[in-house]
Design a protein around this ligand. Structure first.
Ligand code: FES
Length: 250
């Protein structure tokens, strides 16, 4: 114990003098009802646990964990030679849910690349999530990054290609804002003619295709409801969110 005098900086720490530091918050720590909580650790048993979720209305069943691999796809193993589990993410599940779609996984990614350590910083992979809480399906207030967020039972996920047009527009507006900000700093004025386009340029072009697809869906929904085509609203949507780096819409 200390004698109450001046602190000796070289003296060893007393046991329990300080509470142990918490482990650094992992990628799967999440705010729930305003509190930061740690999600359960992934274990080898999760390889055999199946979870069914819906992505854009498509049911998909995935293992709760998959083997951790390096950027070359080589499985990483622990000291005893066993595969190391990592949590299956919504982005992983979307790849499976859209396996038969020519466009493939609709969730865009920028910082989540195979040759990079997971960082989860760009947020262009954001999705809308709802899940059963206290007995009823509830939508998360915030959009969450699909490249980090693990799959959970009862989850219903809307992506930037969701048939739920309201969710789709919320996600699109967020991604478009992020891409606009990044494009201002990182895309040259002539980026469209500078081929091959980098990931950011390709994502900017993809957003255009998605906006046109959304417009067609809006028209179809209006026709099915017997309402006049929402041309002006759709045009406003496109013009408002069109990337600044692009030519004006004709
Ligand atoms: S791709 Fe960057 S946060 Fe998910």
């Amino acid at each position: 114990m200390s004698d109450g005098g001046a602190l000796d900086p070289l003296a060893p720490d007393e046991p329990d003098a300080y509470p142990p530091l918490p482990e650094e918050d992992g990628l799967f720590a999440r705010g729930i009802d305003g509190q930061l909580v740690r999600m359960d650790k992934v274990t080898a048993a999760d390889f055999d646990t199946r979870i069914t979720i819906r992505i854009d209305g498509r049911p998909v069943t995935v293992p709760k964990a998959v083997p951790l691999a390096d950027s070359q796809g080589k499985l990483l193993r622990d000291a005893e030679g066993r595969p190391i589990p990592r949590a299956t993410t919504i982005h992983d599940a979307a790849t499976l849910a859209y396996a038969d779609d020519p466009g493939g996984n609709p969730i865009p990614v920028l910082c989540h690349q195979e040759h990079l350590e997971p960082a989860g910083v760009c947020r262009v992979c954001c999705v809308e999530i709802a899940k059963v809480k206290r007995g009823s399906m509830q939508r998360e207030r915030k959009l969450l990054p699909a490249c980090q967020h693990r799959v959970e039972e009862t989850m219903e996920v809307q992506t930037i290609r969701s048939p739920d047009l309201a969710a789709r527009q919320r996600i699109d507006a967020n991604v478009r804002t992020l891409v606009n900000l990044l494009a201002t700093d990182h895309l040259p004025a002539d980026w469209r003619s500078a081929l091959p386009a980098n990931e950011l340029g390709r994502l900017a072009e993809r957003l255009d295709e998605l906006a046109l697809e959304a417009r067609a869906l809006e028209r179809a929904a209006a026709a099915a409801a017997g309402a006049p085509p929402p041309d002006e609203a759709a045009l406003h949507f496109l013009r408002h969110f069109r990337l600044q780096a692009q030519a004006p819409l004709q």
